[in-house]
Design a protein around this ligand. Structure first.
Ligand code: DX5
Ligand code: ZN
Length: 225
């Protein structure tokens, strides 16, 4: 099933990194009910990035709680040995950093072979040009607007220019791949991301920060921004 744009503003993908981990099932049901389009899961290994988070067992445990696609952002190296486990855990999208393995082209092909949507992730310091080399294998380009590892960091505005460049690349290739922006996204910069060409916005703190009674308004504010 190809990734499709949302009809009421950008796709909003709440990052469960900012959720209450002691009540994850309730938390993901609550953001889905509040209008989330995808569920963003940040996987960190304490090696590729300086933090440790979520294994495939947690993804598997969450799956029965939501109908929306599970968008897994893999910040682990090596990444190849774990693709199958996350796919078996029912990840719908698997996104990888080019720095997390020696053969990006092969890794993306493998993700598609496993039946998932394939994403490539660009760190703030990673040049966008490499997307051109793998564009036929990519369903999603995830542009980091913070350095990966932690939630709640400040949006790096210089990445807006990268969103524009990747948008132009995808449009020229005509592949229909989507662009997702991740890190420090809040209502005051969401509009600039969409104007630059983003289709999807990850939001951790901006959605979960205010507690369950504010999830719907927070998602609405990002869509309307
Ligand atoms: C950072 C993660 C992000 C982060 C987003 O490594 O990839 O998904 O959790 O959180 P906020 O929206 O709080 O920056
Ligand atoms: Zn992420």
């Amino acid at each position: 099933m190809p990734l499709t744009r949302s009809t009421d503003g950008p796709i909003i993908a709440p990052s469960i990194l900012a959720a209450d981990f002691s009540r994850l099932g309730e938390e993901v049901r609550a953001v889905e009910a509040a209008g989330a389009d995808w569920l963003h899961v940040d996987v960190m290994d304490g090696h590729f990035v300086p933090n440790i988070t979520i294994g495939p067992m947690v993804v598997k445990a969450l799956k029965p709680h939501v109908k929306i696609p599970i968008d897994v952002h893999l910040m682990i190296a090596p990444v190849d040995p774990y693709l199958e486990a996350y796919r078996e855990a029912s990840a719908d999208i698997l996104s990888v950093h080019p720095e997390s393995g020696p053969h990006l082209h092969r890794t993306l092909g493998r993700i598609r072979e496993l039946g998932a949507q394939a994403g490539v992730v660009l760190n703030p310091g990673t040049p966008p040009d490499l997307v051109e080399e793998v564009i036929e294998l990519v369903d999603l380009v995830l542009i980091m607007s913070v350095n990966p590892g932690f939630g709640g960091q400040k949006f790096i505005a210089s990445q807006l220019r990268k969103i524009e460049r990747v948008r132009a690349m995808i449009d020229a290739a005509g592949t229909g791949a989507l662009i997702e922006v991740d890190g420090g996204v809040v209502a005051s910069n969401a509009g600039a991301c969409v104007d630059a060409g983003a289709d999807a916005l990850v939001a951790g703190t901006a959605v979960f920060g205010g507690g369950p009674s504010t999830y719907a308004a927070a998602i609405r504010a990002l869509k309307d921004a």
